[in-house]
Design a protein around this ligand. Structure first.
Ligand SMILES: C[S@@+](CC[C@H](N)C(=O)[O-])C[C@H]1O[C@@H](n2cnc3c(N)ncnc32)[C@H](O)[C@@H]1O
Length: 293
């Protein structure tokens, strides 16, 4: 089998890349096996252009496990696929996120979505943050809910927040962030929804309990079954499908359409679109879609 030496330029790939290890290389066969594993289990497509990224990110994992080659790592994937899935997915996928990222979505939620839902007879508002990473997205949704619904929020609304990565979810569940993560958050919201850490937690902020109480975090692979009871009013699936191939996206969007109530909303990331992927939705705003009634 021909091999390609990946040792030369890995440091330039990503800040998360491990430093060059002259003794370990990622050959064609191992790269193909890892890409096929990641695609089958997570839906993430790793083309040849992602090879350096895979090398850099997994080198660190090899070291953690005390392995000296990618062949040994592939052997581990074969023998313990379930145990290794989460560390692999956490290493490969990008968990980049922030509070109130693509803020126009939160304005739309506050101004268009929540008032209409709250005005219904017997309101019951359910929103899913699918691919929630370290939690900034569902916390932003819950803050907007608490602002829009006031003291009714607790009794009529909930956010379900899911991700494949247990590592990201454990940060999310803690709800504690370094102060500099609040860059996109207004002064008013900082004061209202965050508590400053003291003592050992100096320089950290904690999301207010009233916001945390609105959210349930769960691990969920979007490619697998979803133990979710619909209908849902809105799904935020932002900056997740960017890694999926078209058939995977089409299946996912069809499942979202089934789970949403008629008139329910789907929020995608700024570089994502339903164009050619689903005809169950109308575009109603910038990367905001509404299920046809
Ligand atoms: C870039 S983050 C997006 C976070 C947030 N939605 C946002 O836009 O800020 C992408 C997230 O998708 C998750 N993800 C990737 N593939 C997944 C899958 N098959 N099932 C569930 N989550 C997945 C990753 O673990 C990662 O946390």
């Amino acid at each position: 089998m021909p091999t390609t030496d990946m040792r030369a330029s890995v440091d330039a790939v990503s800040p998360r890349a491990a430093s060059v290890d002259a003794s370990i290389s990622l050959g064609d066969e191992d790269f193909s096996f890892i890409s096929a594993f990641v695609f089958e289990r997570c839906g993430i497509v790793l083309g040849a252009n992602k090879r350096q990224l895979v090398y850099g990110r997994l080198l660190r994992r090899l070291r953690e496990l005390g392995l000296s080659s990618f062949a040994e790592y592939c052997q581990r994937l074969r023998s313990q696929p379930e145990d290794e899935l989460d560390p692999l997915a956490s290493a490969i996928s990008t968990n980049v996120t922030s509070f109130f990222r693509e803020n126009h979505h939160f304005d739309y939620l506050a101004q268009e979505v929540l008032p209409a839902l709250a005005g219904a007879a017997n309101p019951r508002i359910r929103i899913w943050s699918a691919g929630c990473s370290s939690g900034e997205e569902p916390y932003s949704i819950a803050m907007v809910m608490a602002e829009a619904l006031g003291n009714r929020a607790q009794s009529i609304s909930r956010v379900l927040a899911t991700d494949l990565s247990l590592r990201a979810l454990s940060v999310a569940q803690q709800g504690m962030y370094p102060l500099d993560r609040l860059q996109g958050v207004s002064e008013q919201r900082r004061k209202r929804w965050f508590l400053s850490g003291r003592g050992g937690n100096d320089g950290q902020v904690m999301v207010a309990q009233s916001v945390r109480d609105l959210i349930t975090f769960k691990q969920l692979n979007l490619l697998h079954d979803w133990p979710i009871k619909g209908p849902l009013d809105a799904i935020f699936c932002r900056n997740v499908v960017i890694y999926f191939d078209n058939p995977t996206k089409q299946r996912l969007f069809a499942r979202y359409a089934q789970l949403l109530a008629p008139g329910g909303f789907l929020f995608l990331g700024h570089s994502e679109s339903l164009h050619g992927m689903s005809d169950a939705f109308d575009l109603v705003g910038r990367t905001i879609y509404r299920k046809r009634v």
